[in-house]
Design a protein around this ligand. Structure first.
Ligand code: SF4
Ligand code: SF4
Length: 108
């Protein structure tokens, strides 16, 4: 009982472990895998990302110069980033991706 009381009083003078999100945005780790950043001008439409993606979230057409990624199907494993030869596809720090319509989850 004395230990519990000691902990309670001690915690009153410590900084909180929780963060005041969404009022204060957290700083994400450099290895965090969030929303993709795609640089269309560097993409060579090689389809390496499409082949590596385990969920079929990426669709590439070299002939039509089409590249799309459906964030609704993505599990943020980072395989697409690992295999991209031009580094035009990277997973960034953005984690707020809620949308009203699922069509809005498609990156082009
Ligand atoms: S792996 Fe990279 S360069 Fe190749 S299609 Fe995907 S995003 Fe484009
Ligand atoms: S992070 Fe993984 S699941 Fe998401 S698009 Fe890339 S390879 Fe596919």
């Amino acid at each position: 009982m004395a230990n519990l009381l000691f902990d309670v009083v001690g915690n009153l003078f410590k900084k909180p472990f929780t963060q005041k999100y969404p009022y204060v945005k957290p700083i994400m780790s450099k290895d965090f895998r969030g929303k993709h950043k795609y640089n269309k001008s560097k993409c060579i439409y090689c389809s390496m990302c499409q082949r590596a993606c385990p969920t079929g979230a990426i669709v590439v057409s070299r002939d039509e110069k089409i590249w799309t990624l459906d964030l609704g199907k993505c599990i943020f494993c980072g395989r697409c980033q690992e295999v991209c030869p031009t580094k035009c596809l990277v997973l960034g720090p953005e984690f707020e991706m809620a949308k009203k319509y699922k069509e809005s989850l498609v990156i082009k």
